[in-house]
Ligand binder design. Structure first.
Ligand SMILES: *Cc1c(COP(=O)(O)O)cnc(C)c1O
Length: 487
């Protein structure tokens, strides 16, 4: 199926750069608007990049969710979609793909990843339960807490070290898992959650060796393992690259091995493939039956689950493509290029390069901005103003407040620049690197942000902020002076 998985090609004179192993057959025009218009757009969006309109954006690096480029095979599969409320052939093709790729027998559809999280939380979590995990994800935590659970992160010492060469920062600290069981008792732990390519700490993978250790302890105490497989393809790719035992295994084989450790696998198809949707997979009939009855209530009938049949068809093809090294390694190769270039230029970024995006350490980049003034949010706003590139704040704004109304300061203040699969070219990647270099030189000009409108739950999506001074205007003036134009 795949010719080579290696996008990073050595040039005649020794330089190594990622080369696109695909051709572009449909394009979308982009706008690079003048800096004054970008400033106006971010002010109207409350300095929240979620509230920008794509018409004002040059490179949209907000997320990898639902924005990977579809393949020709995916698009053509959508034409044969079988419209039916129940029993659609499209669903059975997706079911077969999930059985092949994840190796699980019983399949349930969900309209996206968080919908699966809602169902899992409703079925398995009761008031006062503890849910250990390598690291939380925003929507996961919200659903678990809404159902009375408490999420406890049991990552290892290396997980939060920004500059590191540790290959598996997503690993569970198994000792902490044992201590948690001792402290609360296994009855209060409905399951342990493993998140592949741990999103909020920089898309960092866990190893199969770690899964084995977790499984030993989980089995001993009869605790279920739930695998969040939203970014499983990239995690499998890193295992192949970084875990010696698997260097000669196929991605397909590694995916099956990973899923075998889990009693329940759920995923967001927005990440795994390029389509909307999601699902839940298990070999355990009892687990399946418990989850099944909530699907028609929250998602839709069992053979569409809130998705369109066109998306279901494209998802089936996308799942098989996830086993293709050429497909799955594209985004990590471009991320690695960006991370290495920025790191060499002295810009603080999370290393080693992970999945889904390049993560800039805003706490260090803007060390003069107090964490209470949201350095990652400020950096996202500043980068948009000076480049038209939209990133995402992954720091305290993405966190929440405690019972007393104080911010819970995040472990890390990251600006995430997502590299959706096969969307950006190398020259676009170089553009964003260049603008970050300029911004770093001029970082003293960037100030903080404060909330003016703050929703109580998942505030990062819809919250509005304002600059704590007129720093955005000063930044625009300096940009115009340096570049001699307004682009
Ligand atoms: C995106 C994501 C989810 C939620 O999936 P949606 O389809 O956006 O609802 C859950 N877990 C992880 C790790 C994710 O990256």
């Amino acid at each position: 199926m795949s010719t080579t998985g290696n996008h990073t090609i050595r040039f005649f004179k020794g330089e190594q750069i990622p080369v696109e192993l695909h051709k572009v057959r449909m394009v979308q025009k982009l706008n690079l608007k003048p800096i004054d218009e970008r400033l106006k757009a971010i002010e109207e969006g409350g300095h929240n990049t979620f509230l920008l309109k794509t018409e004002d954006i040059f490179l949209d690096m907000l997320t990898d969710s639902g924005v990977n480029a579809m393949s020709d095979n995916q698009v053509s599969s959508m034409l044969r979609a079988d419209d039916a409320y129940s029993g659609s052939q499209s669903f059975y093709r997706m079911e077969a793909a999930l059985r092949d790729v994840f190796g699980k027998e019983h399949i349930l559809p969900a309209h996206q990843g968080r919908a699966a999280e809602n169902i899992i939380s409703k079925v398995f979590i009761k008031e006062g339960d503890i849910i250990p995990t390598n690291y939380h994800f925003t929507t996961t935590k919200a659903h678990m807490e809404l159902n009375g659970g408490k999420v406890v992160e049991i990552f290892g010492d290396e997980a939060l070290v920004i500059k590191s060469d540790y290959p598996f920062k997503g690993n569970i600290d198994v000792k902490k898992f044992e201590q948690l069981i001792e402290k609360y008792g296994a009855d209060r732990i409905p399951f342990i959650r493993l998140e592949a390519s741990t999103n909020l700490i920089g898309g960092q993978p866990f190893s199969i060796a770690n899964m084995r250790e977790v499984k030993k302890v989980a089995d001993k105490h009869k605790i279920m393992i739930v695998l969040d497989a939203s970014l499983i393809g990239e995690n499998a790719w890193f295992i192949k690259q970084r875990e010696e035992e698997f260097a000669n295994h196929s991605i397909q084989d590694i995916l099956l091995t990973m899923c075998k450790f889990a009693d329940l696998v759920y995923f967001s198809s927005r990440k795994v493939t390029s389509t909307r949707g999601g699902g839940l997979c298990t070999d355990d009939k009892e687990i399946y039956m418990k989850l099944r009855d909530l699907i028609p209530l929250y998602e839709g009938f069992l053979t569409y689950g809130g998705m369109s049949v066109r998306e279901i068809e494209a998802m089936a093809i996308g799942l098989y493509e996830t086993t293709d090294e050429t497909v799955i390694s594209q985004s990590p190769a471009f991320i690695k290029y960006a991370v290495d270039e920025l790191d060499q230029a002295g810009i603080p970024v999370v290393t080693p390069a992970g999945a889904l995006g390049c993560h800039v350490d805003a706490m260090n980049f803007l060390s003069h901005v107090p964490q209470e003034e949201y350095p990652a949010g400020a950096l996202a706003s500043a980068l948009f103003i000076i480049s038209g590139c939209r990133g995402m704040e992954r720091g305290t704004i993405s966190s929440e407040r405690d019972e007393k109304g104080n911010d819970i300061l995040a472990d890390m203040e990251l600006l995430r620049l997502a590299f959706p699969r096969r969307v950006f070219t190398l020259s676009q990647t170089k553009f964003v690197i260049d603008r970050l270099l300029w911004l770093y030189e001029n970082r003293e000009l960037v100030g903080g942000l404060k909330f003016v409108e703050e929703p109580p739950v998942l505030r990062f999506f819809l919250g509005r902020l304002t600059a704590t001074s007129d720093w955005p205007v000063k930044l625009v003036e300096k940009f115009k002076a340096d570049f001699g134009d307004s682009l």
